[in-house]
Design a protein around this ligand. Structure first.
Ligand code: HEM
Length: 505
């Protein structure tokens, strides 16, 4: 009898699986989907995707073409690896492809998209984006925040100068500290770290909230992509709730401090102050203000530090480019003062080398995931509603059909032809394009260019003794943002008078 029951249950399961499979086939067979690697039952291509996803997609695109289907478990992902395809996604069909695919962690962190980064395209998004475009990232506000950027870059140069005589430095350490101080001052109007590098209790809390968020975000793994097994891997709801509450308490305290300061000092330029001032006018909930402030930290910190680390690695590997950039800086800025953003318009080679760095090493090689809200066609293929769409901007910017000597670090290419980098030329999209283009693009560019320029003007960069420049590895680490797999070690030799390395220069 028991055997009969077991057999009946097994037969039922087999029928259910077969019916599910047929239903599934029937659902997708009416579409002309882009080609791609053969998916396995349940897991799709999940087990075949290697850790550095955009590199894996680069290899697959060579086999399946520039518009490719990749099944992440039960979810269809389409990866676009050509400038024409990206133009269709980000411009021509932009309206249907401007939603976001949120993991369960992203949904928790953003309270189901009540921020900007993880908001779906709709009235909330349009409102918050307007706040960014016409209030937060205006040329006037960026100009008002300029002294903060300059001060933080000076503090970074000062520390490198202090440490350089001891031996090779690890630039990432200084770049990350600079990016942290800069973004917290910009967004929250606070520097949590004193001149000696000692962090205060609010800063410790801030870093712990970031660290805890990263841990929670990384804890979801494979079940994220296969809804039918999620019940076996429940979310750590309590941990997420604790993290959210901790983040909110910290942010509310800072907001209160600002509200009090506004009474005495009047409005300031920092984002927290601006948002508090705009809260009524734009009907912004407290959740949205907190979400937006943390969006800026998430999006504006690593991206900048990563870009400059890659630029330094390329400059050490390409001493001729380094020499040319220094010649230009010496001619324009001289040796009696330091570089400021006001010099930028007279430094075409520095601008070109910043672009070249972002071309070869975009910090978010797959941008952020877009989600399709209605059936559309891209390059003749069907993209059904619900598909997650990625543009592989890393591959597009190295396409030999578009770029001469695509793998060479050759800033001169941008002197030979003027290529826009902020979303108007689909061959080069480090900031994305269209409705969801990075709102911090100009700020990011200013920061990156100032950091690279000052580091080059004030130091010569070379490999540590015994390491050949060409042996510096250009391998990437996995993740949404792409750090160097092996963080750079370099010798920084000062090249300007001592007085120009003070923080208050
Ligand atoms: C080198 C520096 C930077 C690079 C390369 C970069 C790149 C990007 C990219 C590729 C996206 C996704 C676009 C898309 O999904 O279509 C993005 C989004 C975003 N970035 Fe940046 N970014 C940088 C710096 C910054 C800075 C400094 C901030 C703010 C302080 C910032 C704020 C944002 C925000 C809020 C979004 C989400 C926009 C949305 O979903 O509508 N970024 N960025």
């Amino acid at each position: 009898m028991a055997e009969l029951v077991v057999r009946a249950v097994l037969a039922l399961i087999a029928v259910a699986v077969a019916a599910g499979f047929l239903f599934y086939r029937a659902r997708w067979s009416r579409y002309k989907l882009p080609p791609g690697p053969k998916p396995r039952l349940f897991v799709g291509n999940l087990l075949d995707v290697t850790a550095v996803r955009f590199k894996c997609f680069e290899q697959w695109a060579k086999v399946y073409g520039p518009v490719m289907s990749v099944w992440m478990g039960a979810t269809l992902n389409v990866v676009v690896s050509s400038a024409e395809g990206a133009k269709e996604v980000l411009k021509d069909k932009d309206q249907s492809l401007a939603a976001r695919a949120r993991s369960r962690a992203a949904a928790k962190f953003s309270r189901d998209g009540q921020d900007l980064i993880w908001a779906d395209y709709g009235p909330h998004y349009v409102k918050v984006r307007k706040v960014c475009n016409v209030e937060l990232f205006t040329p006037k506000r960026l100009e008002a925040l300029r002294p903060i950027r300059q001060d933080e870059v000076s503090a970074m140069v000062h520390k490198i100068h202090r440490d350089a005589p001891k031996g090779p430095v690890n630039p990432k350490k200084y770049l990350s500290a600079m990016a942290f101080n800069n973004i917290t001052r910009l967004a929250f109007g606070k520097r949590f770290v004193d001149d000696e590098g000692k962090i205060d209790s609010q800063g410790v809390e801030f870093k712990e909230v970031i660290g805890q968020g990263m841990k929670l975000g990384a804890s979801l793994k494979i079940s994220e992509h296969i809804p039918s097994i999620r019940w076996m891997f429940p979310l750590q709801n309590e941990e997420f709730a604790k993290h959210g509450a901790r983040r909110d308490t910290l942010t509310r305290t800072i907001m209160k401090e600002h509200a009090a300061l506004r009474e005495t000092l009047g409005p300031q330029s920092h984002f927290v102050d601006a948002l508090l001032g705009l809260q009524k006018q734009y009907d912004l909930s407290e959740t949205t203000i907190i979400g937006l402030l943390w969006d800026m930290v998430t999006a504006g910190m690593d991206t900048v530090a990563i870009t400059v680390e890659w630029a330094l690695a390329e400059l050490i590997r390409n001493p001729e480019v380094q020499r040319k950039a220094q010649e230009e800086l010496d001619a324009v800025v001289g040796d009696e003062t330091v570089l400021t953003e006001a010099h930028f318009s007279k430094l075409p080679y520095l601008t070109a080398l910043t672009k070249e760095s972002l071309r070869l090493h975009p910090p978010t090689p797959l941008m952020l995931p877009h989600k399709c809200t209605e059936d559309v066609k891209i390059q003749g293929y069907d993209i059904p509603k619900g598909t997650v769409v990625h543009c592989n901007i890393y591959v597009i910017a190295r396409d030999p059909a578009v770029w001469k000597e695509p793998l060479a670090f050759r800033p001169e290419r941008f002197l030979e032809q003027d290529v826009d980098i902020k979303g108007h030329d689909f061959r080069l999209l480090p900031f994305g394009a269209g409705r969801r283009v990075c709102p911090g693009a100009q700020l990011g560019l200013n920061m990156v260019q100032l950091m690279i320029g000052r580091l080059l003007h004030q130091f010569s960069w070379s490999p540590p003794e015994g390491v050949r420049a060409e042996d510096i590895s250009l391998e990437e680490r996995s993740g949404i943002v792409t750090y160097m797999a092996k963080s750079l070690e370099a010798v920084a030799t000062p090249r300007l008078p001592q007085a120009l390395y003070a923080r208050n220069v």
